[in-house]
Design a protein around this ligand. Structure first.
Ligand code: ATP
Ligand code: MG
Length: 251
């Protein structure tokens, strides 16, 4: 699904607004990464920050850069969800801390470099879970099992995500390598780690169902979700989190 022209225009204006910072960062990062040819804009629309790819002279991507962009939207939309959107600088801190904790276990990209307003991490060549769902891979149950195992391992190293949608999970449907990205939200004060983990599970399953429903596969995806919950090491945690939550079949 391609983004609406109005979103593309907004994204282009936002990138234009930070062209000077983009030039400065390109020069600075070339000092650190001699193979860097350019910071190529990602086609992704949305979010609070601009995303660029670190590209070498052969056109190969070797990193991804998140850059705070004051020309993009500033307010979180889903304010009823148990999470808050921190300041731009805090978003960078949160993602840096998450990648630093997760990368040694191969659960996220590796953090490479950061400044107060930007962060570079290694590039993961895998598609998003969103596109794996949209392309209707036949082994979706196995893919989802790997995704659930990765999320459970993330919790075991004391990290919560709070925005686990299929667009924030990179996963190879062939090798099943999985990486979690986009740690921009932070917990609400007073919520326990366990409550935040429960929210992660509930939100992930809801967002998987939502994506499948959008492409007219709401019922078809249920057997894959059920099989993955049965197969993952974190079955109990997921079942406890989603409880008797209505599936599209029973809603
Ligand atoms: N390390 C990475 N390796 C490969 N692709 C990446 C990486 N980081 C980000 N991307 C790509 O860029 C897209 C946007 O990244 P991300 O979700 O972090 O940005 P965002 O603007 O905060 O998004 P959102 O709209 O979810 O708030 C991802 O869906 C993915 O396709
Ligand atoms: Mg995202």
């Amino acid at each position: 699904m391609s983004p609406a022209p109005s979103r593309l225009l907004r994204q282009w204006k936002a990138r234009f607004g930070i062209r000077r910072r983009h030039r400065e960062l390109t020069a600075e990062l070339r000092g650190l990464f001699p193979q860097l040819e350019s910071l190529a804009p990602s086609a992704h629309c949305g979010g609070f920050d601009s995303i660029f790819y670190l590209q070498d002279f052969a056109g190969q991507r070797f990193g991804a850069l998140r850059l705070n962009n004051p020309h993009l939207r500033q307010n979180a939309v889903h304010t009823d969800l148990p999470r808050q959107s921190p300041s731009p600088a805090e978003r960078i801190n949160r993602e840096w801390d998450a990648y630093t904790a997760l990368a040694p276990y191969w659960l996220s990209p590796r953090p490479l470099w950061r400044s107060a307003d930007a962060l570079a991490c290694s590039y993961s060549p895998h598609p998003t879970l969103r596109s794996v769902i949209e392309q209707r891979f036949s082994n979706l149950d196995v893919v989802l099992t790997s995704v659930f195992n990765t999320v459970g391992q993330m919790h075991e190293v004391n990290v919560v995500h709070l925005d686990l949608s299929p667009g924030n999970v990179l996963v190879s449907p062939h090798t099943l390598e999985t990486a979690l990205i986009d740690f921009e939200y932070q917990p609400l004060d007073g919520r326990s780690f366990e409550e935040n983990c429960e929210f992660d599970w509930r939100h992930l399953v809801r967002m998987i169902r939502k994506r499948a429903t959008i492409i007219g596969q709401g019922l078809e995806i249920e057997p894959a979700i059920r099989a993955a919950i049965e197969a993952t090491r974190y079955r109990q945690q997921i079942q406890q989190a989603i409880g008797g939550e209505a599936t599209p079949a029973t809603a």
